[in-house]
Design a protein around this ligand. Structure first.
Ligand code: ADP
Length: 255
């Protein structure tokens, strides 16, 4: 078992003094599918931004492969290549005039030559099923297609970990399903995946490990069954129970 990401006593307050993380100590295993769940304001996005160095801890530290994260330009470039982040709103991520340019941005920035960039972009677009979209402007695409372009942009840098903030929010059920299947495939290929979600059914069904957050802290971590098995805890965090668990409780209640 290899620990790929770890936080030790990690705290963070935003500039206006809002405490967003309070002494979070967790470790994530390589190759796992992890879901951060919790109500709005629990600190899920803030924790994700810590994992690839976009935010810097107020206290404590983040470790990648056992090494404490450094925040100089070269270290940040290297961590952002290894730990890719897909934002909740694709419009925050996609900015180039064409799909090709958008996906090429990361590998070009890493200093790859034109041929290598082309190869990586081709591979990434093929992976997400968007070959033929190279010249299209990203802002004219559907929500699901935009999400795929954003994922391709990350894949083109060959990350070890992919973090996705609410990957299925604003997508229709079919597009959501496609994105989650794509994430499963990436995981089978060895990538560690971390998502945040409000969708307890998705977390229960998809994740190897669920981390339940509330008020900037971790309330419980474990398998979906372990975390969602505690109905009182779930109620306390103002989440719903996954449908399957709710049904089991209901049936048990009726004997
Ligand atoms: P979640 O992703 O679980 O909804 P966040 O990490 O976005 O939680 O937020 C954690 C806390 O930090 C909340 O109290 C939120 O209001 C606050 N927060 C988030 N972003 C900012 C920001 N840019 N400036 C000030 N406070 C923020």
């Amino acid at each position: 078992m290899t620990i790929i990401l770890e936080t030790r006593n990690l705290s963070y307050s935003y500039g206006d003094g809002t405490p967003a993380l309070k002494g979070v100590s967790i470790s994530l295993q390589e190759g796992k599918k992890v879901a951060l769940v919790g109500p709005n304001g629990a600190g899920k996005s803030t924790l994700m931004l810590m994992f690839n160095g976009i935010l810097r801890p107020s206290e404590g530290e983040v470790l990648f492969r056992g090494r404490s994260m450094m925040y100089d330009a070269a270290s940040l470039r290297s961590i952002r290549r290894a730990v890719g982040m897909v934002f909740q709103n694709s419009d925050d991520q996609l900015f180039a005039p064409t799909v090709y340019q958008d996906v090429a941005f990361g590998p070009s920035n890493l200093g790859y030559g034109a041929e290598k960039v082309k190869r990586y972009v081709g591979y990434a677009l093929q992976y997400v099923g968007l070959i033929g979209y190279e010249r299209r402007p990203p802002h004219h695409l559907s929500g699901g297609e935009k999400k795929r372009v954003a994922i391709a942009g990350i894949l083109a840098m060959e990350p070890e970990v992919i973090i996705l903030d609410e990957p299925t929010s604003n997508l229709d059920p079919a597009s959501s399903e496609e994105i989650m299947e794509m994430l499963d495939e990436l995981n089978l290929g060895g990538k560690t995946l971390i998502i945040s979600t409000h969708d307890v059914d998705l977390a229960y069904r998809w994740a190897d490990e669920v981390i339940l957050m509330k008020d900037g802290g971790v309330m419980r971590r474990g398998t979906g069954q372990e975390v969602f098995g505690d109905a009182n805890l779930i109620r306390d965090t103002r989440l719903k129970l996954p449908l399957v668990v709710d049904l089991c409780h209901e049936l048990a209640g009726r004997g």
